[in-house]
Design a protein around this ligand. Structure first.
Ligand SMILES: Nc1nc2c([nH]c(=O)n2[C@H]2C[C@H](O)[C@@H](COP(=O)(O)OP(=O)(O)OP(=O)(O)O)O2)c(=O)[nH]1
Length: 163
């Protein structure tokens, strides 16, 4: 982009938007939902775990790092899902599909509960609005995922709020 011919508005951030990556972590035909413990604006609502990409990181690297930090699992980012959402000016949310490589997710950071949701259970939790928008893509992802125990949601982690 040529800044000379495409000036940013005066109130825009100095750099391009920072990216937040949310991961639709799929395992045995279900996807992991995580309930946020903070900040207050989103506490108690469900999201796809992830976080902000650090400078120099690819989106895939950022997601894999965040899933290790937040859930204690190794995962592989597979493909970006369509769409992008402005969380706030200068912060853009994108979603990726990811597969679980090893470990059992635990709510170590930012979350106080986790649930695996099957294709018929995607409406079972109170999603953050942006995350609800991407559910049709997640449903398609699950439809193409290897069949697994998708008959019921189960709690896979539960912890007191870590603040
Ligand atoms: N991780 C994640 N954040 C989401 C989702 N949907 C959504 O609106 N958000 C918002 C909540 C936060 O305002 C922002 C992401 O912040 P974050 O707290 O997850 O990022 P982070 O772990 O890198 O944060 P920090 O180190 O700066 O505290 O995006 C989602 O599905 N996953």
């Amino acid at each position: 982009m040529d800044a000379t011919h495409d000036p940013a508005p005066a109130d825009a951030p100095a750099t391009s938007p920072r990216i937040v990556v949310g991961g639709a972590l799929v395992h045995r035909g279900r996807v992991l939902a995580a309930r946020r413990s903070a900040p207050e604006a989103v506490a108690g609502r469900w999201e796809f775990p992830g976080g902000k990409a650090e400078p120099g990181e690819t989106e895939a690297q950022a997601l894999e790092r965040e899933l290790l930090e937040e859930l204690g699992v190794r995962a592989r980012a597979l493909v970006r899902l369509p769409g992008a959402w402005a969380v706030r000016p200068g912060l853009e949310l994108r979603f990726w599909a990811a597969e679980l490589l090893s470990g059992e997710p635990r709510a170590l950071q930012d979350h106080d509960a986790l649930r695996w949701l099957g294709p018929d259970e995607l409406d079972a939790v109170d999603w953050i609005d942006h995350d609800r928008d991407v559910l049709p893509h997640v449903a398609r992802l699950l439809a193409g995922a290897p069949a697994g125990a998708a008959d019921s949601a189960s709690a896979v982690g539960d912890a007191q709020s870590a603040g």
